[in-house]
Design a protein around this ligand. Structure first.
Ligand code: ASP
Length: 589
């Protein structure tokens, strides 16, 4: 070893020891006769003290040091005069007797401190330097810890980790695939897995019984903020289980992670149906850190000559506690906020429930005091509260009010990152009608689409509806949601060939297509497939949630930017004519 200790471990008990440390020069403080250096490695920062006397060899070396030089120093641990309580090694320093410069460094393009002056692109271009910063390194340490504790828990529960292939076959059903041309099979392509779904089901047919894998998945989706084309799942599958068993097992995993990694005891996860989530929160991943449920006012407000409400499919309110004192300016600004294209509301109606008990609305012309009292009763508003109302087309308005609820939650300080509220959302619909989803191939528009995936089983009591009213069929599918983030999702699977074939038929596959795409799975189901089900957690999301950040990128060592590019290695990139030829690929302008 080139060192006896790390830069994070020496304490007052180590005084008088002779030690050798290695690390990077974080800072040099030149005080003339004395120079202090902050030496940094993964474990911390230790202060070095060097007496400068003009002709010593050490002095010459110290003078040549710059930021991020890599050095090896030997010296004695001494007690510091000015102790630094903010640093665990702040009680001591090293008086240096020997310095060895292991490597020099050019000046880094941004400061490698907790608060850096480097912009996003620059930090990504020099990600290896960014990763030297404490804050970023800590995120990866958290990630490691979560992966380790996941393995500990699942191992104890008798799950075994099995690797599944990365070069598989394209299936046009889910999101778009990334494809890889095969040199040895002319004009044929592998696809990178969107998830190991079919393989883990086949492992159940093989009798593995409890499988997991912390695994890379790939989806060629239009990149929204904070989506990565490659991401990591904790992917799990179990045999001989019902939905309840999966919920218990993975509630257990969630509890274990919170306890071991954050020392937080989370309460039993409540369960909410998809229908209730949509009704009370306007989306299927409700942020339940705060109430502010949606209240439908349709019945109350119609036929009072207010055209906007009369014409609306949905009139829906939220009651923002303690916000009655919002000024006109704040309300105007909020109105502009809901009118932005992302929300697309035509306007915002409000009613202030004033401290003196009176209620004043922005539509007083149409709704008198008595009417507004009814609004207040439905919304359960108290003096001091503010009622906000959106109206319009059903789906858009529900989405809009759900966004407004989150926004008001943030503005009122109700979305504390250190508070965690987890729940299960259950009873998802099995199918949804695809009007033309930009994340799916155009050829799939105008068809039923599996809301979770085509291997999800319908609730037995709803199977009848598959023929008559497919949109009403509920699935044995569930999501785990924490603080408004969909952390994981899964389902009980179909394990009968006939039902699986029926499902493909409903999804618009011909018999031949279904056989070609998924024949291997349906054939396997004929060899004694056990009842099974599973779940996958989005591991990057889980890490960012535990780390109290909205950005999954901060928890990935080498992430891609918003355009799906790795700006450090400059990828994707063109390949040579020679490579293209070998792969039988022509390029297009
Ligand atoms: N494979 C599914 C997904 O990636 C998860 C599951 O159903 O287990 O969302």
């Amino acid at each position: 070893m080139l060192r006896t200790n790390t830069c994070g471990e020496l304490r007052i008990e180590d005084i008088n020891k002779t030690v050798t440390l290695c690390g990077w020069v974080q800072r040099v403080k030149d005080l003339g006769a004395l120079t202090f250096i902050d030496l940094r490695d993964r474990y911390g920062i230790t202060q070095l003290r060097i007496n400068i006397d003009s002709d010593s060899a050490i002095s010459a070396k110290v003078k040549s040091l710059g930021r991020e030089f890599v050095i090896q120093v030997t010296g004695t641990v001494i007690e510091r005069e000015n102790k630094n309580k903010n640093n665990p090694t702040g009680d001591i320093e090293i008086t240096v007797s020997e310095i060895n410069i292991l490597n020099s460094s050019i000046t880094p393009p941004f400061t490698l401190e907790d608060e850096t002056d480097g912009g996003d692109e620059l930090r990504m271009k020099y990600r290896y330097l960014d990763l030297r910063r404490n804050v970023v390194r800590k995120n990866l340490e958290l990630r490691h810890r979560l992966a380790l504790e996941t393995r500990n828990y699942l191992d104890k529960q008798k799950f075994i980790e099995v690797e599944t292939p990365v070069l598989i076959k394209s299936t046009p059903e889910g999101a778009r695939d990334f494809v890889v041309p095969s040199r040895m099979n002319k004009n044929q392509f592998y696809a990178l897995p969107q998830s190991p779904q079919t393989f883990k089901q086949l492992l159940m047919v093989s009798g593995f019984d409890r499988y997991y894998q912390i695994v890379k998945c790939f989806r060629d989706e239009d990149l929204r903020a904070d989506r990565q084309p490659e991401f990591t799942q904790i992917d799990c599958e179990m045999s001989f289980v019902e939905q309840e068993d999966i919920l218990q097992t993975f509630e257990g995993l969630t509890r274990h992670l919170f306890k071991t990694v954050k020392n937080i005891d989370i309460p039993t996860l409540p369960r909410m149906t998809y229908a209730d989530a949509m009704k009370y929160y306007g989306n299927d991943k409700p942020d339940t850190r705060f109430e502010m449920k949606l209240i439908e006012l349709n019945e109350l407000v119609k036929n009072k000559n207010f055209k906007v409400f009369d014409d609306a499919e949905l009139v829906v309110a939220i009651c923002a506690k303690g916000a009655a004192e919002y000024t006109r300016k704040q309300l105007d600004e909020l109105t502009e906020w809901v009118k932005r294209p992302q929300i697309g509301a035509t306007g915002l109606v409000y009613a202030r429930h004033n401290a003196d008990g009176t209620i004043k609305s922005s539509v007083d012309k149409f709704y008198g005091e008595e009417e507004l009292k009814k609004w207040s009763a439905d919304c359960d508003s108290q003096p001091g509260d503010l009622i906000l109302v959106l109206a319009g087309k059903e789906e858009k308005t529900r989405k809009g009010i759900s966004e407004l609820r989150l926004e008001m939650g943030s503005r009122l300080g109700l979305r504390d990152k250190n508070k965690f509220s987890a729940l299960w959302v259950i009873d998802f619909p099995l199918l949804e009608w695809n009007e033309g989803d930009p994340n799916l191939l155009a050829s799939l528009a105008g068809r039923w689409h599996a809301k979770h995936h085509p291997f999800t089983s319908p609730k037995p009591e709803d199977v009848e509806l598959l023929n008559s009213d497919p949109g009403k069929v509920r699935a044995n599918a569930y999501d785990i949601v924490i603080n408004g983030v969909e952390v994981g999702g899964g389902s009980i699977r179909i394990h009968s060939k006939d039902l699986q074939a029926k499902m493909f038929e409903i999804l618009g596959f011909s018999k031949e297509e279904a056989q070609k795409q998924f024949g291997f799975l349906m054939n396997a189901f004929e060899f004694g497939a056990p009842p099974h089900g599973g779940i996958a957690f989005g591991f990057d999301r889980l890490c960012s949630l535990f780390g109290g950040s909205d950005s999954i990128r901060d928890f990935i060592a080498f992430p891609k930017n918003n355009s799906g590019r790795d700006v450090m290695i400059d990828s994707p990139a063109e390949i040579s004519e020679e490579q293209l030829k070998e792969l039988f690929i022509k390029t297009y302008e």
